[in-house]
Design a protein around this ligand. Sequence first.
Ligand SMILES: Cc1ncc(C[n+]2csc(CCOP(=O)(O)OP(=O)(O)O)c2C)c(N)n1
Ligand code: SF4
Ligand SMILES: [Mg+2]
Length: 271
Amino acid sequence: MSRETAVKSHPLDPLLRADRLPHIWCPGCGLGSIMACLSSAIAASSIPAEKHVIVSGIGCTGRVAGYMKLDSFHTTHGRAIPFATGLKLANPELEVTVVSGDGDLFAIGGNHFIHAARRNIDINVVCVNNFNYGMTGGQAGPTTPVGARTSTTPQGATEPTFNLPLLAATLGAVFVARWTSLHVRQLEKAMSRVMEKDGFSFIEVLSPCPVGFGKSNDIGDGLDEMSMYRRNGVVSHDADLTEAGIDMKHDSPIVLGNFRDVERPALGVRQ
Ligand SMILES: Cc1ncc(C[n+]2csc(CCOP(=O)(O)OP(=O)(O)O)c2C)c(N)n1
Ligand code: SF4
Ligand SMILES: [Mg+2]
């Protein structure tokens, strides 16, 4: 196969908007791998691509909606979940997946998350947690670990941090997982699983942001952060989620897994 032929065809081409390339993401950012996992899960899904919808808020993660060749919506900051809820209730035939950042979903958008989970709206929410507001200059947010340095916490963050899997499980999410951008096979499988499930599903994906977080916390570049995930990641599907908070400052274990997979009556389910 000539080089020219090789670059002309890739199995994920039909799902990506090549005319938007080059993308805006920094070298070492985890977002490319995560978008590849999502694209692969959609390609493998029994639901046809034209029924899949991607909804993002604003942020570096929010750009995923712009790069995927599907019906995709890049909505206002924090409002991806209510937008997705509207789509799903109006047309239950759609498979609606929200992909957004930790700041978007849990700071400005936190209220929407809790009510969508409580109501068990039939959508999938993938939160790319890079522990900061990457797009706007590395500010601290509700997932910034205590002690971590950011542009707004130069002496180290002091506010208590959300434990996202515990929060989602407590609110009644029917599927709850945490993986990293290193764990591409497990992540793709979890994404495939949530596309099969009825109800509100949540996947947290830890992801390097070397520019906004890695550098200021002596983690290094994207590969160094991936090495940290490999070193410290502990897969424990039955983990006690009250013990699954993240304390990266001390290089302590990072609990990973598919923690919860249950059924309960959901809203907006296709018949
Ligand atoms: C209403 C509103 N407030 C603030 C902003 C500025 N803003 C854009 S992205 C962002 C935070 C993004 O952080 P996160 O959701 O974690 O995404 P990341 O860039 O880290 O992927 C903020 C505060 C905005 N666009 N709209
Ligand atoms: S600022 Fe961080 S999250 Fe945004 S593209 Fe760069 S590395 Fe990725
Ligand atoms: Mg972020």
